[in-house]
Each structure stands twice: as structure tokens, then as C-alpha cells.
Design a protein around this ligand. Structure first.
Ligand code: FUL
Length: 519
């Protein structure tokens, strides 16, 4: 496949370049081809598909390996930190004095310890928010930590963050805001420049970077700026597991619209960070549709999607539709959907009212966080809880305590699984456990083996009491993780889950029973 020194690869393939070798990626394949190596990740639908055909197609959709790994994380954290931390704003202006950024006590190990002790497996840093201020010294902007007198312009929050997270066993995620007020003020963002081929990374005078892969990708001036920054972040800070792009526009005048070069950005990410999920303006992870941390009662990971500008996956239905992937939703979306796609939900919510730290705000209570846990992880979604560092560069003591209390509470809600060591019998659609003696339970945890898709539409949990199988509770979807709470504990030796409606063969991977010690 090598033609002289050009390497032609499908955009999803990893490109490994030896030092001193400059390799160029050919113009990216269209998004459809990009995903071709993951054939069941999405399946085309047509307006003439019947309800049964749509459901059959949805049942054939499968997650990618990186999506399966991501869904297992369950608890992930967001860290909103930047100039807004010091100006008190939620959305910055892009013309801030970089010198306002003075986190004199920055201790990212403290962040990592608190998150680890809270049960979090990955953390996403706002490397760039809408103001355009970046938390590492970038070659491509002065609106960065390097322009602050903090650490004499030598500070690098991204470096400290990435090192600390890995030291404490957390994965690393980066949020790079597509909207960029500072680049707008510099006439780069939404400047009407044509989409033409750019060589990335853009060469900079005096650049002492060792040679690495180069890309030739279509982009506007601003699109190339994003590519250059993504390149820096993804080549100089170790492996990244989640790249977070949102859809917000910041305060940029509404008539100044930059049409983002999604296909080129995705190509770069897939090549430089092949394990990274691209969320939520991305193909791998979907915004749940609210910022309250709550998934739908029945949350589907297979949903109808529309392919928008330059390969961006978008909602076929409204982002906050009450039903996103049920039979009715599939039918309602068929005239506007291009595919049914594995696009699992991420629930982002802040521990405080704002995303950035404000001294007058308080963290949510343990009860609130627990409701969020059951409403997200308990409903087939991943929790993305924001914990904002303060002006010292530390997580507030109250938040650190709350994170630990939250973890302890979840541990008490779901202590030892009573089915450990139980006799398990499986028949089609039914899993029965015999605990050996009567046990009392009031929490039930279920999971499908999502390697085989998401299939269950309805199920009932029963306990053998008084000589007969008695209904304990009933619900709809399961997916990667479903947790049900009983208001009154049930005592029984034999328990079973019986799937009552499914799209294809149901494969129950987990059926756990717990006695919460909270109530
Ligand atoms: C949104 C942003 O506009 C908010 O400021 C925040 O970063 C949230 C997580 O995403 O799109």
C-alpha cells in the first residue's frame, strides 16, 4: 500500500511512523468508508423499512471494542479549569488577560487521589474551553498558560494532569472546545476561508519537535488550527482514552458560523489515539440530552442517527426525545435517519451548580449523587461527573470529602453480591440462581453481554416464595448495566430473571443480588 513515501490507509487504520520518517495520510475516506471495518457498528435504514425490519436491523448493531471498554468505566470525571476559574464566568470571552490564570497551589495528584477514592476510572480535562485559553504551552496560540507569569510561563496543566491520572490508575480524557472565542477575535474562527488541503502539523519556526507522522487533510483555517492543537495534545502527552467535543457555540455572534471539519478531526484522532472514544459530537458516545446526570428509564445504546456535515453523527430524533431507541422511536425516526448506530449515552452533570468553580456554590449531597448514580450507571449510561478545581488549583476539601462519601455510599448500596457461589441455571431467556439458603435482597443488578448487541425490551425478576414464583419487579431495557431498587426487601433462596420481550436471543451476562445496608 505504500506509494513512494506516501502511505494510503483507510482513515481508521493506525499510522505508525518511525522517527525521521515523514508519512502523509491521503485525503480521508468518507465517513462511511472510515467505519467500514466495523461493519455492524451501524446499519443503514430507509424510510420504507417496516417496524419489524427496523427492529431487526437494530438487533444486529454491535459496539466497537473501544465502546465496550468505555461502557465498563461506569464512573468518569470532568475537570473544568481555566481562565473562567479566575474570572468567575462560565463562558469566557477570549480576550482575557492570560495572567489571570494563577493556580499557585496546583496539585494534580490531589485531583487524582480524590477521583480514584471516589471510584472514578477516567478523567477529562478542559484542555480548551470556548474562550480558547489552552492549559498547555501550544505553538499555535498565545492564549495559554505560557503567557501567564504562573510558574514563569513554564507551567503545563495538561502534563501534570495526564501524569497524575496515570500515576493513580485513571485513564486520560481531553475536552477541546470546537468553539473558540480567541481565534474568532484573531480572525481565524469563522473567517470564511475555504476548505483546502493542509499539511498537519503546520510547521512553526524554531520547532524542535522530533519528526512524527504528517497528515494531509481538508480543513478551513480554523479547522487546521484545531488539527494542530489536537496533534500536539495527542502526540506529546501519552495515550488518550476519550476526546470530548461539544456542540456549543460560546458567545461568538450567532451569524458567525464555522463549519467544523469533523471528518479530518476524526481521522487525526483515530490515527493518533486509536483507543479513544470520540464524544459527544462524535461517533462513539452520545450526550444523554440533559445536564442533570439522568438517563432515560429505558436507555438504548442502539439509536437512529442522521449523518450530518462532514461525517458528524447527529440525533435523528430530538436530543432529548423521551424514547431514543425503542420500537416507536425507530419508526418515528425512519424518514430522517440514515442509520441505526451503537451510540451509548453519557450523563454529564456537575457536582456544583456551575461547570467551573465558584466559591459561593456547594457540592451536591450524597443523596443527590446517589440518585444520579442509579439514574445513570443504573440505566445503561456512563456517568461523567464534573468536579471543578478552585483558584488554588485544588479540588475543594468539601468536594473531596463528598467524593469519598459518594463512593462509600455506592459500596453500601451494592455490598457483596449474594449470588457469589450460587448455583446458576440458564434456559433460553431465563437465568435462575439458587443461593443455597434464603437471603434478603433489595438491589438487583443486570447486564447483557453487549458484544452481542442490546436486545432485551422487557423482563421480570421473580423470587420463589410461598411455594410459587412471585413477581419482585419488572422493567424494560438492560444493556450494559441496569440496577433496580426494591422499596421493600425480599427474602428467598431461589431467584430468577425472565426476559419477556426481546429483539433477538437475550444473553444475560450479570444477575446480581444485594442487600443494601443503607436502608
Ligand atoms: C457545554 C459547554 O457549553 C459548557 O460550558 C460545559 O463545558 C458543558 C460540559 O458542555 O457544551
Amino acid at each position: 500500500m505504500t506509494v513512494s513515501r506516501r502511505l494510503f490507509v483507510t482513515a481508521a487504520a493506525a499510522l505508525v511512523a518511525s522517527r525521521g520518517t515523514s508519512l502523509a495520510l491521503a485525503a480521508p475516506a468518507p465517513a462511511g468508508a472510515r467505519l467500514a471495518e466495523e461493519p455492524n457498528f451501524r446499519i443503514p435504514v430507509s424510510p420504507t423499512d417496516s417496524a419489524d425490519v427496523l427492529v431487526a436491523k437494530a438487533s444486529q448493531v454491535r459496539p466497537t471494542a473501544r465502546q465496550i471498554a468505555w461502557q465498563r468505566l461506569e464512573r468518569t470525571a470532568f475537570l473544568h479549569f481555566g481562565v473562567n476559574t479566575f474570572t468567575g464566568l462560565e463562558w469566557g470571552t477570549g480576550d482575557e488577560d492570560p495572567n489571570v490564570f494563577q493556580p499557585t497551589g496546583l496539585d494534580t495528584d490531589q485531583w487524582a487521589r480524590a477521583l480514584r477514592d471516589g471510584g472514578f476510572k477516567l478523567a477529562i480535562l478542559t484542555v480548551k474551553h470556548h474562550d480558547g485559553f489552552v492549559l498547555y504551552p501550544s505553538r499555535y496560540t498565545d492564549h495559554s498558560v505560557a503567557s501567564s507569569s504562573w510558574r514563569a510561563g513554564q507551567g503545563d496543566v495538561l502534563r501534570s494532569f495526564a501524569d497524575s491520572m496515570r500515576r493513580y490508575g485513571l485513564k486520560v480524557g481531553v475536552y477541546i472546545s470546537p468553539a473558540d472565542e480567541n481565534q474568532y477575535l484573531h480572525g481565524v474562527y469563522a473567517n470564511g476561508s475555504p476548505r483546502v488541503e493542509h499539511t498537519i502539523p503546520t510547521s512553526v519556526e524554531g520547532d524542535e519537535r522530533p519528526d512524527g507522522p504528517t497528515f494531509t487533510l481538508p480543513a478551513t483555517d480554523y479547522g487546521a488550527h484545531m488539527l494542530d492543537q489536537l496533534y500536539e495534545v495527542l502526540t506529546e502527552y501519552g495515550p488518550v482514552d476519550e476526546v470530548w467535543f461539544d456542540g456549543a457555540q460560546g458567545r461568538i455572534p450567532p451569524d458567525k458560523v464555522e463549519k467544523y471539519d469533523w471528518d479530518s478531526w476524526y481521522t487525526l484522532v483515530r490515527t493518533l489515539a486509536p483507543d479513544a472514544t470520540i464524544a459527544v459530537s462524535g461517533p462513539d458516545v452520545r450526550w444523554v440530552g440533559n445536564e442533570g446526570g439522568l438517563a432515560r428509564e429505558n436507555e438504548w445504546s442502539v439509536v437512529p442517527v442522521a449523518e450530518k456535515d462532514y461525517g458528524r453523527t447527529d440525533f435523528a430524533l430530538s436530543y432529548d426525545a423521551a424514547d431514543m431507541g425503542g420500537r416507536d422511536a425507530l419508526v418515528a425516526a425512519r424518514s430522517v435517519a440514515d442509520y441505526v448506530q451503537w451510540w451509548p449515552a453519557e450523563c454529564d452533570v456537575s457536582i456544583r451548580d456551575g461547570w467551573f468553580y465558584h466559591a459561593d456554590q456547594q457540592p451536591k449531597s450524597v443523596d443527590q449523587l446517589t440518585e444520579i448514580y442509579f439514574g445513570s450507571v443504573g440505566r445503561n449510561a456512563v456517568l461523567l461527573l464534573n468536579v471543578p478545581p478552585d483558584t488554588d488549583g485544588l479540588l475543594a476539601a468539601s468536594d473531596v470529602t463528598r467524593l469519598r462519601e459518594f463512593r462509600e455510599r455506592v459500596d453500601r448500596e451494592l455490598p457483596t453480591d449474594l449470588t457469589t457461589g450460587a448455583t446458576v441455571t440458564r434456559t433460553p431467556g431465563v437465568v435462575t440462581v439458587d443461593l443455597g439458603r434464603e437471603r434478603e435482597a433489595n438491589r438487583i443488578r443486570l447486564a447483557e453481554d453487549i458484544q452481542h448487541g442490546q436486545q432485551v425490551e422487557a423482563f421480570v425478576v421473580e423470587a420463589f416464595t410461598g411455594g410459587t414464583w412471585t413477581r419482585v419487579t419488572t422493567a424494560g431495557t438492560i444493556g450494559a448495566s441496569r440496577i433496580l431498587r426494591l422499596t421493600t426487601p425480599v427474602r428467598a433462596r431461589r431467584w430468577r430473571v425472565r426476559v419477556t420481550r426481546t429483539r433477538a436471543e437475550a444473553r444475560i451476562a450479570e444477575f446480581g443480588l444485594y442487600r443494601s445496608t443503607v436502608a
